[in-house]
Write a new protein. Structure first.
Length: 357
């Protein structure tokens, strides 16, 4: 790891020099790319320097302890060692994740769509739980969350829930959340205390930017309007403000009923529709390029069961990387760092080995 860090940080002086060149400053794309790389390398440098400092402190504490006789001093040193070791381990994991090279899509905004699968009302409740989990994670990361649309269920929760995330490393950390999430727990409505298994699906789609935005021909769109309604058939309002847009050539459908304005619902539905179409185009390109299944790992296949949440054991298991953590309670409060960082590192290594092999 040290050699890789040193190699990357050797590029920093040249990048700092290039950023001051007039021709670079006048080239928006080049300047943006260099600024992003400078920010990435500066973050890596800061983290690496902290590891170096804490490692020296740890080595000093261990060395002093060897020749120390005073039990009070020994206790103090042991406490310091116990404090430093997990800090260094955590920072080492952070640096391992940082060593995954930046991708041009890392910072792109993404639309997250959660849908209830098997399990009826319990699946819908888990959609609400996961929407809350991702919202907390976004708050912890300082990301912006823009709610798009949802369809409430009768017993609480949502049949589907869609929102946009934007901010630093949004897509980098969210792209491996796509797939089938399974939950095992005793529903509140279960009188006999039996564990139920339910599933939801999560889709993570890059929202097309100016360079990737697609023009959709009006004649290829079927736009239906209908009355917005909430759980239990209660009308949100009494006008046909909800909008459903179908892209006839592909069969892709998007809808929005959240806003009271039909125009606003149409705008949001159109954003979702474009993201779905572009996502499908990307998926097909990836399948064409891929020569075997292993090179497609991590594309977010929604048919795969990627993770199991077992509430009675406070356990969450990601089946793709065989990682089990016993901190489900913290994860549901948005503490996803360990899981998503492990996924980023694993799939980078997997794809790297596939290309090499």
């Amino acid at each position: 790891m040290k050699d890789k860090v040193v190699e990357l940080l050797s590029e920093l002086p040249q990048i700092e020099s290039d950023l001051s060149l007039p021709d670079v400053m006048s080239d928006k794309k080049k300047y943006r790319d260099l600024t992003a790389k400078h920010k990435y390398l500066t973050h890596l440098k800061d983290s690496w320097e902290i590891i170096q400092r804490l490692s020296r402190d740890l080595a000093d504490a261990r060395e002093i302890k060897k020749g120390e006789q005073d039990p009070h001093v020994i206790q103090f040193l042991e406490e310091e060692i116990s404090s430093l070791e997990p800090k260094i381990e955590k920072l080492n994991k952070e640096v391992e994740t940082l060593l995954v090279p930046p991708d041009p899509n890392d910072h792109k905004s993404c639309i997250v769509e959660l849908r209830a699968g098997a399990g009826g009302d319990e699946a819908a409740i888990f959609v609400g739980d996961c929407a809350r989990m991702y919202n907390y994670f976004a708050q912890n990361r300082g990301w912006n969350v823009e709610f798009l649309s949802s369809t409430p269920s009768d017993m609480g929760g949502f049949k589907e829930y869609q929102f946009v995330l934007s901010g630093e490393n949004v897509y980098r950390l969210m792209k491996y959340e796509g797939g089938t999430h399974r939950v095992q727990r005793v529903p509140e409505t279960e009188a006999q205390g039996r564990v139920h298994t339910s599933t939801i699906t999560v889709a993570v789609m890059i929202e097309p930017d100016e360079e990737e935005d697609i023009e959709l021909d009006e004649k290829d769109l079927r736009i239906d309007t209908y009355r917005s309604s909430g759980a239990g058939g209660q009308h949100v309002n009494t006008t046909d403000s909800a909008v459903r847009i179908t892209h006839i050539p592909t069969g892709v459908v998007a809808h929005c009923q959240q806003e009271r304005s039909q125009i606003k619902n149409r705008e949001k539905a159109m954003r979702l529709l474009k993201a779905k179409i572009v996502d499908e185009q990307r998926r097909k390109r990836a399948e064409e390029i891929a020569s075997n299944r292993s090179s497609q790992v991590g594309t977010g296949d929604r048919s795969e069961r990627i993770r199991t949440y077992n509430f009675s054991q406070n356990r969450v298991t990601d089946h793709r990387i065989d990682l089990t953590l016993y901190n489900l309670d913290r994860m549901m409060e948005g503490d996803l760092e360990e899981m998503v960082n492990a996924l980023v590192s694993f799939f980078y290594q997997k794809n790297f080995e596939t290309k090499d092999g």
